[in-house]
Design a protein around this ligand. Structure first.
Ligand SMILES: C[S@@+](CC[C@H](N)C(=O)[O-])C[C@H]1O[C@@H](n2cnc3c(N)ncnc32)[C@H](O)[C@@H]1O
Length: 223
């Protein structure tokens, strides 16, 4: 059943990590978003675009504020919803790299960036995000990972040399609607996330926690 017919936003991940009423309470606490972000949330709801949504986006922006981030590389940007939150966090002199494999997404995102007044802070790259990251010579303050889940272990291998010491490697969907708790899963995406989470916690490069918000957000500080 589509989001349009149920009126529910798939990006909310209702009831997986926080019980329904508590989840509703958390969302009810969020301040109103500006009109462009609100319109994007509505578009994502109507078209089942898997954006992080406002509860997680606020965490992303807060983490960027805490480390005074000025450069963000985002893997998997879709219509640019999380990109705008990063762009607001890095300020006028900051830079955010948007990446997505889908040209239509990038075109839609470009329009939103203009209307949100953040175009000058964002570089749009259409194509494979992992390939583009592997070409980067600079160290970023934040690398945000939201690509196809099978690629998560490969992303983890690419990140350490491209993140500054004290920088944040942040990954969405690491609880995968609770499927990480299933015994002996044979699903390729679940297995990739399990491998990713294990390796991230075991890595000597990072100090990691998983925040059980929405679909699970892994926050790893580069040592
Ligand atoms: C979960 S959505 C991103 C949502 C976005 N971060 C937000 O919260 O607003 C994942 C996006 O990643 C893109 N994607 C997946 N794998 C990719 C890859 N290897 N390279 C580039 N884009 C990729 C898909 O096209 C999709 O639009």
């Amino acid at each position: 059943m589509s989001a349009k017919s149920t009126g529910k936003a798939r990006w909310r991940h209702y009831n997986f990590t926080t019980a329904g009423p508590v989840d509703d309470y958390l969302y009810s606490m969020l301040p109103q978003r500006d009109p462009v972000l609100a319109e994007m949330e509505e578009y994502a709801t109507q078209h089942d675009v898997p954006i992080v949504g406002p509860a997680v986006a606020r965490v992303l922006q807060q983490l960027a504020m805490i480390i005074n981030a000025r450069t963000v590389f985002e893997l998997g940007s879709a219509i640019g919803y999380s990109t705008i939150w990063w762009a607001q966090a890095v300020g006028e002199t900051g830079r955010v790299i948007y990446t997505d494999g889908d040209r239509k997404n990038a075109e839609r995102a470009r329009g939103y960036f203009q209307r949100a007044g953040v175009t000058s802070r964002i570089t749009i790259h259409t194509g494979d995000a992992l390939e583009f990251l592997s070409e980067q010579k600079q160290e970023f303050d934040v690398i945000f990972n939201d690509v196809d889940k099978e690629d998560y272990p490969r992303v983890l291998r690419l990140v350490p040399p491209r993140l500054r010491k004290g920088g944040l490697f942040i990954t969405d969907n690491v609880l995968w609607s609770g499927r990480v708790a299933e015994k002996n899963s044979t699903d390729a995406r679940t297995k990739a996330i399990l491998e990713f989470n294990r390796k991230l916690y075991d890595s000597r490069d990072f100090y990691t926690t998983i925040l059980p918000i929405r679909d699970g957000l892994a926050v790893a500080v580069k040592k």
